[in-house]
Design a protein. Structure first.
Length: 550
């Protein structure tokens, strides 16, 4: 009975919302803001019964997305056809050489119909997203020509599924959020000290042992443990399903297998891969563990290659993220094999002073490891991407993800490396959205409000034109040490993801924060229709009394 009442109430609310927008014109000022919106003279096009979606065979997938989006927004279920008929009005989709940029599009509205021309199917898809969001205001489309293309080729969001595991259904829902914001990269963090989340058939203990931990820290930097078993993993078939789901939305899934540090879950599964031989336990607490892969052990490289072979079979992306961050050298200092390898490489000695943790004398070992992994991926026609710690002595073709501020990324670009900017100062969405964390769900710390995300310029003016060309784009990261459920993940991402979308897509000269807030307020209608949880600090009138917050 309660569920029935809820459904009736939802339908009633939807009916009221639909009636309220019945006579309103669409608003083309959407998020992200298109590059050019030129209003035209003439009568409006009204989206009503009798309109059809016209699309060739190779755009049937895009046409189906448009049909579903329009049904959600306007209640109209438009038929999809592949042949034009007389006296029928169309929303027509096509790939056209008139659109010079592959992800660009031209959206034209006149009295007789709507056309979306893309430089590729992806461009058509982004034009569809603009139309979808414009129609939140109403079904009357005033004549317009929108010419649009993204600023950056890499427009990403990251999700950490190692610290806390998220269902396949939620990962798809998260990917839908990326699509809504014209993003094209889903960076999927699958392994870490606290859990191994992807099935590797040649090394089955990664799942039977590494995907489970016997407890989890309670609170922030606490010694308390809940002693409650926690785990989960994605089968290879589930991962392939997610890859296909993302591909249909023109999103590339970039898997991350973090190495040689952040490997405690793998070491617990196969202790022989560490310098000491264990015993090891899948991590309970957050932070950096000193146990890492033994880079002087040849079995480690067999393990890495086996893992990467299966990962490459699942994920067709050119880029594979190999981590490389936060790798302590403590265990290498105490490992005879690592010491011998360091000496062989010509830069290490056996002096205690030389091997002090405060020096980087053993960083040559990580560079050696990175180069071997890089060479393996290159031989299989893939590219290695790593966090900015790998910059020292890494191969020229290695890609760098700059997280310790923007400076490492600028340095890498100046050296000729392709770079993705994701600085902690602007792009770590596990950080708080308000300064007072009393009523916030996450306890990560830090403070990144929506406005700060919006203000990010990933390309420093001081860089040469050649170096600027190596800044491929920007993404935000959602680490989940303190993000324990799906609603919290959405809350931490939204609406900051919308601000990030304009950093990624819109040219800096067109950005205006106050105007963005108006566009964002309209976009929240779509968040609510899709059932997303979002932070409402920008709209105090929408917030519940503090005692009822998370």
């Amino acid at each position: 009975m309660r569920r029935c009442c809820f459904i009736i109430l939802s339908l009633f609310n939807y009916y009221i919302a639909t009636m309220s927008m019945a006579g309103n014109p669409a608003n083309y000022n959407v998020v992200p803001l298109p590059q050019s919106i030129v209003e035209q003279k003439g009568e409006a096009f009204v989206l009503e019964d009798g309109v059809q979606i016209l699309a060739p065979a190779d755009l049937q997938g895009e046409a189906e997305f448009l049909r579903q989006y329009l049904k959600e927004v306007t209640w109209n279920d438009l038929p999809i056809v592949s042949k034009r008929m007389k006296r029928v009005r169309y929303i027509e989709l096509s790939v056209s050489p008139a659109v010079k940029q592959r992800e660009g599009y031209i959206l034209t509205v006149s009295k007789s119909g709507v056309t979306i021309q893309g430089g590729s199917a992806a461009g058509v898809f982004y034009g569809i997203q603009t139309l979808r969001k414009a129609l939140l205001e109403g079904p009357i489309l005033n004549p317009v020509i929108i010419t649009d293309a993204p600023r950056f080729s890499w427009r990403g969001m990251h999700l950490d599924c190692s610290r806390h595991f998220f269902s396949v259904a939620f990962v798809k829902k998260y990917i839908d959020l990326l699509a809504m914001h014209n993003m094209n990269v889903f960076h999927w963090h699958l392994t870490d000290d606290q859990g191994w989340r992807i099935e590797i058939k040649k090394w089955p203990k990664l799942i039977s042992v590494g995907s489970q931990r016997s407890g989890t820290i309670i609170g922030t930097n606490s010694d308390l443990d809940d002693h409650t078993p926690y785990g989960g993993y994605y089968t290879q078939q589930e991962a392939r399903d997610i890859v296909a789901y993302a591909k249909a939305r023109h999103i590339t899934v970039i898997p991350e297998i973090d190495m040689p540090g952040h490997m405690l879950a793998a070491l617990a599964s196969y202790p022989e891969l560490g310098c000491t031989g264990g015993p090891y336990e899948v991590g309970h607490y957050w932070g950096v563990y000193k146990d890492v892969l033994c880079v002087a052990n040849e079995r480690v490289y067999q393990f890495v290659e086996d893992v990467l072979m299966e990962v490459m079979d699942i994920f067709p992306s050119e880029v594979i993220h190999i981590g490389g961050d936060e790798t302590p050298t403590d265990k290498w200092q105490q490992c005879p094999k690592c010491l011998a390898l360091g000496a062989k490489l010509g830069t290490a000695t056996t002096s205690d002073e030389e091997f002090s943790p405060l020096t980087s004398k053993l960083s040559v070992l990580q560079a050696h490891f990175t180069r071997r992994v890089f060479d393996f991926l290159t031989a299989h026609r893939r590219r290695a991407l790593g966090w900015d710690e790998i910059l020292d002595d890494c191969p020229q073709d290695a890609m760098i993800m700059s997280w310790r501020g923007s400076e490492p990324g600028a340095k890498a670009a100046a050296l000729g490396h392709d770079v993705v900017m994701t600085p902690t100062t602007h792009c770590y969405f596990d950080y708080q959205q308000v300064e007072d964390p009393q009523f916030e769900p996450s306890r990560c710390g830090g403070y990144i409000p929506v406005e700060k995300v919006y203000d990010l310029n990933p390309v420093a003016d001081s860089l040469s034109a050649e170096a600027q060309a190596h800044i491929l784009g920007v993404q935000a990261n959602l680490w989940t040490e303190y993000v324990t459920n799906e609603e919290m993940a959405e809350y931490q991402a939204l609406p900051r993801m919308s601000a990030l979308a304009e950093v990624q897509w819109t040219q800096p000269a067109q950005k205006d924060y106050e105007a963005f807030l108006q566009r964002l307020t309209r976009l929240t209608q779509l968040f609510e229709r899709q059932g997303y949880t979002y932070a409402k600090h920008l709209w105090p009138e929408r917030q519940m009394p503090s005692r009822w917050q998370f």
